[in-house]
Design a protein around this ligand. Structure first.
Ligand code: FES
Ligand SMILES: [Fe+2]
Length: 364
């Protein structure tokens, strides 16, 4: 694996002073190709990546697709009610797989039709009788490791990072009596954004921009009492609401906005959950997934809540996209290298960037 030249030429970059004295990460980290490749190898391949909620894999043959560090993967509910993950790559010539029509337990390549069982073994190969020296045992699908937490399913393509339970330690107790396991999946919304994945996360991790970028949100939140808490592998933002008439008003309990290193967010409210994932696409592009979950999709009251929820988050999201794309252009300009942090408002960004520096340094 290649260490980025800008890392080796500036080893002092990795010493992180306290937030009062710290600078933001250098702007080149947001657009350098070597840094991007390094992140894919050491960050996204070696750390648990959220794939889906178990409610999306209710029936045998249900499949969810994902991309981890640029690799296509699929997760499938198998006949024995288990859940397995594989690279979504056929061993013939690399084609993508899908559940074979009319079956729930056979995966078929969408190129020349090789078939596999859900344990990954190769089962059927059309027009193969003249082939010699072929052992089908060597042509099974490549399995991928999975881990589970409170109904959420994570995959990892290489070992190296912390255990999932270590990452999420303390969250279940904090959000109790809310449990994510029983929630029902409503839908997925995907945004293609012209910024580095870290620009989007930096922006999520602070409320500093709310008064300027989201004036309508500033009216709902009690901004003075907006709090950020930092933990070993995640941070939590929460803020009381002002007034009673707003889409995020909850009857009982509070709202929690968690960031889980390296690229996942859990926005938890009583009866509702929004999971976000920021997937790097290139140095200056990312995809942001929004998955919406509710405790009872069949309840009459849900319809109104869901509609308000989706409309409202669309407005906020468009405002965030616009500012993130402008920031990416700013970071790529000749005018900028590093900035500083508001101690009061940007602890979440500092915490994220500190984890990045620590992790990068550990593999240099
Ligand atoms: S690539 Fe899968 S059958 Fe040819
Ligand atoms: Fe925002």
């Amino acid at each position: 694996m290649k260490i980025p030249e800008i890392f080796t030429s500036n080893p002092n970059e990795f010493n992180q002073p306290p937030i009062e004295q710290a600078s933001t990460i250098p702007s080149s980290w947001y657009h350098d190709q070597e840094v991007y490749d390094f992140e894919q190898n050491v960050l996204f391949a070696r750390n648990w990546q959220y794939v889906c909620h178990q409610d999306q894999l209710k029936n045998v043959g249900d499949v969810v697709h994902a991309t981890i560090a640029g690799n296509p993967i699929l997760v499938i509910k198998t006949k024995d009610e288990g859940i397995r993950a594989f690279y979504n790559v056929c061993k013939h010539r690399g084609g993508p797989l899908a559940v074979k029509k009319g079956t729930t337990t056979v995966l078929q390549c969408q190129y020349h039709g090789w078939t596999y069982l859900t344990d990954g073994s190769l089962r059927g190969v059309p027009d193969w009788n003249l082939v010699e020296l072929f052992d089908e045992k060597n042509f099974g699908l490549e399995p991928i490791e999975l881990s589970f937490w409170d109904g959420l399913i994570f995959a990892r393509i290489e070992s190296g990072g912390p255990d999932l339970q270590q990452i999420v330690k303390g969250i279940s107790d904090r959000i109790s009596p809310i449990s994510m396991e029983k929630l029902q999946f409503y839908n997925e919304v995907v945004y293609d954004i012209n910024c580095n994945w870290k620009v989007y996360l930096d922006n999520y991790l602070e409320g500093y921009h709310i008064p300027i970028v989201h004036p309508e949100l500033a009216n709902l939140l009690d901004y003075k009492n907006y709090v950020t808490e930092a933990y070993p592998w995640y941070s939590l933002q929460h803020s009381p609401f002002k007034g009673e008439d707003n889409v995020y008003q909850t009857e009982e309990g509070e709202a929690f906005y968690y960031f889980l290193f390296p690229n996942m967010m859990l926005n938890i409210l009583p009866g509702r959950l929004q999971v976000n994932l920021v997937e790097p696409v290139s140095t200056n592009r990312c995809k942001v997934y929004f998955w919406y979950f509710y405790d009872d999709l069949s309840a009459k009251e849900s319809t109104g809540i869901i509609k308000d929820d989706l409309e409202y988050s669309e407005v906020i999201q468009q405002e965030d996209i616009e500012i993130c794309e402008a920031v990416q252009r700013g970071l790529q300009s000749k005018a900028y290298d590093k900035g500083r942090f508001s101690v009061k408002r940007e602890l979440g960004v500092y915490h994220f960037q500190s984890l990045l520096k620590k992790l990068f340094q550990s593999v240099l």
